[in-house]
Design a protein around this ligand. Structure first.
Ligand code: SF4
Ligand code: SF4
Length: 438
């Protein structure tokens, strides 16, 4: 082992060291090939190696290595069940961490390319974009709702590095926090727990209806909600390779969340990629005993939306309301997002929706979607992974499709506009008879 995965170590972004480690791991992946269908990165690598008379990742050029890295959308899926993975095999393979390291090296040594640099500047600041777009939602939505590949979208891509082909959703006029502050005071019949919600940029600026349903479902179940002081988890900065900026955001977020936990709240994050970044990735980017202890506290107390309810439901002292008098479904197709799988806490969303009486069909197929960084322009973006997922969902027989990830839902609807993908808490809200307050 020649290298480090510690982002605080000076060698982390050393180009020669990163490229050596890429070659070491890529040779192992070349022999294994279990992840061929997970994303565009692996098939790109294998095609390059297969084109050699004597395949060896050491013989890949820096440009070829950078191309392989550029295809990674940081979904983390290849770490799930890797037979050569960290802690299970001496080869100590962790491709998601390697890709983060390689991206940081590319960022520091200016290997992102012109479009990548532009995307890093724009997409890394979703909070800033969200504030601007939700202040002028008509203008913002008119621009991003132009047909995929249209002139308006191509112009937007040139100016921002955002893909002209990805479905981008739309921005809300009333942000989630504004709705939360403005609603009438709620008195809980039986207070059972208390959470600080991290809405994430997605729910704050785009999918506020997910947050509204979540709050109503939680409060019906006696869970007192407040909104966390954390704004952006920093995922787009991390995935763009800007580790200095991410480190500052991570330190601030960890300190904020640890304070909220000490005041008696658990942390619930509405989007799984953001939950992963706050609970897992941030810890590696903070230094000092106190910050490390805070990060461990945050990791222990941070949950996905359904995971929190199910953890209470499985305890002894908690009663989950299972009186589903609203709209229920006989069969639900559930797409298990890669970040839910990476947390290794089972499928709490499946288990929660099953309580409504639905038969659950779980699709573990990769989506080709990570976080917001997946929305950048890529020269030869391989959409076959998302297309295959869409076809698999269409072949399922659920009367409703659910995914914890809003971005996966958007990607699925790109190809199949008839399919509406709901967040599991929206399924539960409708099952309680709570009307959709879109
Ligand atoms: S990441 Fe692990 S499972 Fe995937 S191809 Fe590489 S060695 Fe195999
Ligand atoms: S996109 Fe996902 S599966 Fe592919 S290399 Fe990156 S983390 Fe692994």
């Amino acid at each position: 082992m020649t290298t480090t995965y510690d982002p605080l170590d000076a060698v982390y972004t050393d180009e020669a060291d990163v490229r050596l480690e890429l070659a070491r791991v890529q040779d192992i992946c070349h022999e294994c090939r279990r992840c061929t269908d997970f994303c565009g990165s692996f098939p790109t690598l294998f095609d390059m190696l297969d084109a050699m008379t004597e395949a060896s990742a050491e013989r890949l050029t820096p440009a070829q290595q950078d191309h392989v890295v550029s295809e990674c959308v940081h979904c983390t899926l290849c770490a799930v069940g890797c037979p050569f993975g960290s802690g299970t095999h001496e080869a100590d393979v962790n491709v998601p961490l390697l890709m983060l390291r390689a991206r940081a090296m590319q960022f520091e040594h200016h290997h992102l390319g012109a479009t990548g640099k532009l995307a890093a500047r724009v997409l890394s600041r979703p909070d800033r974009i969200g504030r601007l777009a939700s202040a002028t939602p008509r203008v913002a939505n008119a621009i991003i709702s132009a047909p995929r590949g249209s002139r308006r979208r191509r112009l937007l891509a040139r100016l921002t590095g955002v893909s002209p082909d990805r479905h981008l959703g739309s921005f809300v006029a009333q942000r989630f926090r504004a709705w939360f502050r403005a609603r009438p005071k709620v008195t809980l019949h039986r207070r059972q727990a208390s959470v600080a919600l991290v809405p994430t940029c997605i729910v704050e600026y785009q999918a506020a209806s997910i947050g509204k349903d979540l709050v109503k479902v939680y409060e019906r179940n006696g869970v007192e909600c407040s909104v966390s002081g954390v704004r952006c988890c920093g995922a787009p900065m991390l995935h763009a390779g800007d580790v200095d900026a991410f480190g500052k955001v991570a330190a601030k977020n960890i300190s904020q969340l640890a304070g909220e936990i000490r005041r008696g709240a658990d942390i619930v994050v509405t989007q799984p990629a953001c939950a992963h970044v706050l609970a897992v990735d941030s810890a590696a980017h903070v230094s000092g005993a106190e910050a490390k202890a805070d990060a461990a506290l945050v990791a222990e107390h941070t949950y996905d939306s359904a995971g929190y309810l199910m953890s209470l439901h499985r305890g002894d002292d908690y009663v989950l309301d299972t009186d589903f008098e609203g709209e229920t479904h006989r069969r639900i197709t559930y797409q298990a997002s890669s970040h839910v799988r990476a947390r290794g806490r089972g499928y709490p969303s499946r288990d929660l929706m099953r309580l409504t009486g639905a038969q659950m069909e779980v699709i573990q197929q990769p989506s080709g979607v990570g976080g917001i960084w997946s929305l950048r322009t890529r020269d030869d973006a391989d959409e076959s992974v998302t297309r295959a997922l869409t076809e698999r969902i269409a072949a399922g027989n659920g009367t409703v499709v659910a995914s914890d990830s809003y971005l996966v839902g958007l990607a699925v609807t790109e190809r199949s506009e008839d399919v509406k993908v709901l967040h599991p808490l929206q399924v539960i809200a409708r099952a309680y008879g709570i009307p959709d307050e879109a």
